[in-house]
Design a protein around this ligand. Structure first.
Ligand code: IDP
Ligand code: MG
Length: 217
């Protein structure tokens, strides 16, 4: 429909602003985060940033759920895991062939995935839907990058974890990095549907919204 009146334009703009303010992401405290007693600390950081937890549950995920959560049948995604596993080896004067026995990204990715599926079932997880302005990027920022030794201090992974992909891969296990967060809108939508499909996502106001998003001057 053509936008030919100021009213149409305002309505579109209001919709855009509404969608930005209510962006939703999926995140999860992984079993090591739960077993280290970091549930409160991690949720505190999300809330203190001004973001809102709109759904939450603790559960022991099944293998089937984890296999659906990570796109295990997407060959490109599995190879991306393998390619990430290879990164940084040169800095240590190592090669994938010598360290892992192969430099085939698909094979490496499949091995990483095997460890990841075991790791995610090693204890309970706390799954959440978080809402707020740029929630997807904000929660990724709070998490910090995948590799704990690369994650800056001040991030969840940087402050509370230390692990190396080389050590993890040689030991045949996943990197332990406490926390998962959707990387982009497609992941967020799929993951929210997978973990909370058919369940109630709550709608409520935070007292701080009045100060953060209203003119008071
Ligand atoms: P992300 O969790 O930061 O989005 P992804 O690349 O999506 O990172 O990888 C999913 C998870 O797989 C990571 O959080 C980590 O637990 C694990 N992982 C990633 N790369 C490796 C690796 O090289 N070795 C072992 N585990 C890995
Ligand atoms: Mg990811």
């Amino acid at each position: 429909m053509a936008k030919n009146t100021t009213k149409d334009y305002d309505a579109e703009l209001n919709k855009t602003v509404f969608n930005i303010k209510h962006q939703r992401t999926f995140c999860m405290i992984k079993p090591d985060g739960v077993m280290r007693g970091l549930i409160g600390e991690i949720i505190r950081r999300i809330e203190k940033a001004g973001l809102k937890v709109v759904a939450m549950k603790m559960m022991l995920p099944t293998e089937d759920l984890i296999k659906k959560h990570y796109p295990t049948s997407d060959a490109a995604w599995v190879a991306r895991l393998g390619s990430k596993a290879k990164k940084g080896l040169a800095d240590l004067s190592l090669t994938a062939k010598d360290t892992y026995g192969t430099d085939d990204e698909k094979l490496l990715g499949e091995n990483v995935l095997k460890g990841l599926i075991q790791y995610m079932q090693s204890g309970p997880v706390v799954a959440m839907v978080v809402e707020g302005i740029q929630a997807i990027n904000m929660v990724r920022k709070l998490a910090g990058p995948t590799l704990p030794f690369m994650a800056e201090m001040g991030t969840i992974r940087g402050d509370f974890s230390v692990d190396s992909p080389v050590v993890a891969n040689v030991e045949g296990r996943s990197i332990h990095n406490l926390f998962h967060a959707s990387e982009n809108p497609v992941e967020a939508e799929n993951e929210i549907k997978l973990w909370f499909g058919g369940e109630i996502i709550c709608d409520y106001s935070l007292g701080s919204d009045d100060i953060m998003y209203c003119k008071h001057y």
